[in-house]
Write a protein of this length. Structure first.
Ligand code: DQA
Length: 158
């Protein structure tokens, strides 16, 4: 299972941003947890973060060529970027949207995400563990897919 983890705008300053919402981990610490979880779950993961919307879109395009699953936290872009929504729409693989904080219980403008209806699953308010849950979901999904592919065709009954 090859997983692209794309973190967007302002997630590079985790650890310095409102810890009551985002916790105390830095991005480097979050990414090392993600890599450790990926190892446990036998996923090959590539984590990336950018503050540039066009770069985020490019990385979505790039993931089209190699990833089997995508975990996205577009940060504030989630709430208004139709450019990112259009890029996410290209995926035919599972897309998991993750937010560290509980966006449903914060300011009105954060409650809406323009990518959520395209996501296979949306996880919010679970801090760093949300990324673990997303990875586990993808790993589980991949196993179920393999088992389905290996299973013999259903027997015909008369
Ligand atoms: C966030 C929530 C967004 O509203 C915010 O702009 C972020 C982080 C989260 O992970 O909780 O930058 O996506």
């Amino acid at each position: 299972m090859r997983v692209a983890v794309l973190n967007g705008v302002n997630l590079d300053v985790l650890g310095r941003r409102s810890p009551e919402h985002y916790g105390g981990l830095t991005l480097a610490e979050l990414e090392s947890r993600i890599y450790a979880w990926s190892k446990e779950l036998e996923c090959t993961t590539r984590c990336r973060q950018t503050n540039h919307e066009g770069q985020f879109v490019e990385w979505c395009h790039d993931a089209l060529d190699w990833a089997d699953g995508v975990i996205l936290n577009p940060g504030a872009w989630s709430h208004y970027s139709y450019a990112i929504r259009d890029a996410v729409e290209l995926f035919t693989i599972p897309v998991l949207e993750v937010h560290l904080s509980n966006i449903k219980e914060r300011e009105e403008w954060r409650r809406q995400s323009v990518v959520s209806d395209l996501a296979t699953k949306v996880i919010f308010g679970k801090g760093p563990d949300g990324y673990r849950e997303a990875l586990a979901f993808l790993a589980e999904n991949a196993k179920a897919g393999e088992a389905g592919a290996e299973a013999p065709p259903p027997e015909e009954t008369s």
